[in-house]
Design a protein around this ligand. Structure first.
Ligand code: ZN
Length: 127
């Protein structure tokens, strides 16, 4: 079985399209958008821990947003599709498409990681 067939079998159709084909889920559709629980956000494909709930903020853009990624968890690629120059973010471990990062964040880091909800799973943690 090719890698692609494996992902197709394991992921929902939307998750496959987003994570493996680089599509974007419709804004305001994600189940993690308004999740304010304490915990960690993981790659839906490989389980790598990508973001901590402490970094999450409400950007109003319609996708879960973070001002910081976990060290080394995310890799950055230039994306020139749709007539824009953006920075694509992918899981460093399995290359799954996560979303984009912008340098207009409202917090101290200045970063706004705009992430597809379907690219992630959430694990709640007690304090
Ligand atoms: Zn991954």
């Amino acid at each position: 079985m090719s890698n692609n067939d494996k992902w197709k079998a394991e992921l929902s159709e939307l998750a496959y399209n987003v994570c493996r084909l680089g599509h974007t889920e419709p804004p305001y559709s994600g189940t993690l958008l308004h999740n304010h629980k304490k915990g960690s956000y993981h790659c839906v494909c490989c389980g790598a821990e990508l973001f901590d709930s402490k970094a999450k903020f409400d950007s109003g853009c319609g996708w879960p947003s973070f001002d910081l990624a976990n060290d080394g968890a995310v890799k950055y690629l230039e994306d020139t599709s749709h007539g824009m120059v953006r920075t694509e973010i992918r899981c460093a471990q399995c290359d799954s498409h996560l979303g984009h990062v912008f340098d207009d964040g409202p917090t101290d880091t200045g970063q706004r990681y705009c992430v597809n909800s379907v690219s992630m799973t959430f694990t709640e943690k007690a304090d």
